[in-house]
Design a protein around this ligand. Structure first.
Ligand code: ARG
Length: 460
């Protein structure tokens, strides 16, 4: 029969269908180390309340340490009969301590326990995620450093727009990641509050000390409302939003790498170790890491919407619906911990085809804005300058040439104000260097960004 923490008032055991539906140990076992930390803190509080004597406390803490070691070595595992992580661990304690093991549950409910466990698990997971994000930031920054002089066609609508430095484009993917790290740190400040002591929902009639357990577990303090303590899953929803947004950032990076690696773009070549082949087409070299990064964003978005929908109609305090919060959280963490290192490896081994980037940057009339702004500096209203430069583009298109291939006479034929010195702005270097205000793609500005982001990545 399934092992339960609640058999007393029931004449019969649960139906198989119920047991199979409600069992959560196959996924919540990940919480075991955190549940044991909470148990040690709770044992000390029971001792201070006079509910465990000195000898009982020592035996209890020893047993919990032994159990923790066996959990981490795999010597102690949940069985098919354990309903959830809390049930399995109580079984382990009873096996070691006999009746004394049954004293630990006093003043505690799975409702405050699971809320505490999940906060502890997720605070740890977020620290790991931040370290992996920092590695990806560093990989992008180093790639930008190694290609600091290489221009690229800057795009809007996926069409050549204006020249940029390739490093500028790469760093544009780093800034969102630094904001994601900021968001995770903000999240932690709100999550670092302890539900333990709330019991089922109303606190305990036993003289517990929620502030003491909070401190022992590394929280900033105890949550001031026991109903909120067991009902609040803001930290889950907020984490899943940040995870989804991070996923979207990784997806947009992945999409660009997929484009860059096409034979049509040919901006980059993927390293063999970070690309895959085809089972039928011998020539293929596929950007599967970038594609999986793009694909994972879908399920991460699904997790935040799924949890918000699960929470929206729930009356306070605890409802069993909330058990559905865990699989999305575990999956979000685990998927990101797979994707981030793979992306970092892919980025740090990318070979950049700088000749191709040099050659294609000014094509597609990408310097037309520079011609218009050259006219503006000579007093022509931008509205007219735009028209004049557009006429040049039209002329080029009819001849199948680029702006710099026009004859001097062609310029003046389009507009008398276009004397041949306009050629001075028909260079990629000139276009880049001219964009030297804060945020611009001028090499000096990009160098500043590189230095700042290299430092940020190290701090992360
Ligand atoms: N497995 C449950 C969860 O994840 C633990 C809390 C169960 N509480 C209860 N009252 N049935 O939410």
């Amino acid at each position: 029969a399934p092992r339960r923490l609640w058999g007393g008032r029931f004449a019969s055991g649960p139906a198989d269908a119920l047991a199979q539906l409600s069992v959560s140990v196959q996924f919540d076992w990940r919480l075991a180390p955190y549940d044991l930390l909470g148990s040690k803190a709770h044992a000390r509080v029971l001792h201070r309340a006079g509910l465990l004597d000195d000898d009982e406390l020592t035996r209890m803490l020893d047993a919990l340490d032994g159990l923790a070691a066996d959990v981490s070595s795999g010597a102690f595992r949940p069985t098919a009969d354990d309903e959830d992580v809390h049930t399995a661990l109580e079984r382990g304690l009873l096996e070691r301590l006999g009746a004394l093991g049954g004293k630990l549950r006093a003043g505690r409910s799975r409702n405050d326990q699971v809320a505490t466990d999940l906060r502890l698990y997720l605070r740890d997971a977020v620290r790991q995620l931040v370290a992996r994000i920092a590695e990806l930031e560093t990989a992008l920054v180093s790639l930008a450093e190694r290609n600091a002089d290489v221009p690229a066609p800057g795009m809007t609508h996926l069409q050549h727009a204006q020249p940029v430095l390739f490093a500028h484009q790469l760093l544009a993917h780093v800034h969102p990641l630094t904001r994601d790290v900021d968001r995770l740190r903000d999240w932690d400040a709100r999550t670092a509050w302890s539900p333990l002591g709330a019991g089922a929902l109303a606190g305990s009639s036993l003289p517990l000390d929620p502030e003491a357990t909070a401190r022992e577990l590394g929280f900033r303090g105890a949550i001031p409302n026991s109903i909120d303590a067991v009902s609040d899953r803001d930290f889950v929803a907020e984490f899943l939003f940040v995870a989804a947004l991070l996923g979207v950032h990784l997806s947009r990076l992945g999409e660009e790498v997929c484009l860059w690696a096409t034979s049509e773009f040919s901006w980059v070549r993927l390293d063999d170790a970070f690309s895959t082949g085809s089972s039928i087409m011998p020539q293929k070299k596929n950007p599967d890491i970038a594609e999986l990064a793009r694909g994972k964003a879908g399920r991460l978005i699904g997790h935040v919407t799924g949890v918000l929908a699960m929470l929206k109609g729930l009356p306070l305090a605890y409802d069993r619906d909330m058990q559905e919060d865990k699989e999305p959280v575990f999956d979000a963490v685990e998927q990101l911990l797979l994707v981030l290192p793979a992306l970092a490896g892919m980025v740090s081994t990318l070979q950049v085809n700088s000749e191709r980037l040099e050659a294609t940057t000014p094509t597609g009339h990408a310097l037309a804005t520079d011609v218009a702004e050259w006219l503006v500096r000579r007093g022509v209203p931008f509205r007219d300058a735009h028209e004049i430069s557009g006429s040049l583009v039209q002329l080029c298109d009819t001849r199948g040439i680029e702006l710099w291939q026009l004859e001097d006479a062609d310029f003046t034929a389009v507009d008398a104000r276009l004397d041949p010195s306009v050629r001075s702005v028909l260079s990629v270097r000139g276009a880049l260097e001219a964009r030297s205000a804060v945020g611009g793609t001028a090499p000096s500005r990009v160098a500043e960004q590189l230095a700042a982001l290299a430092e940020t990545a190290t701090e992360h």
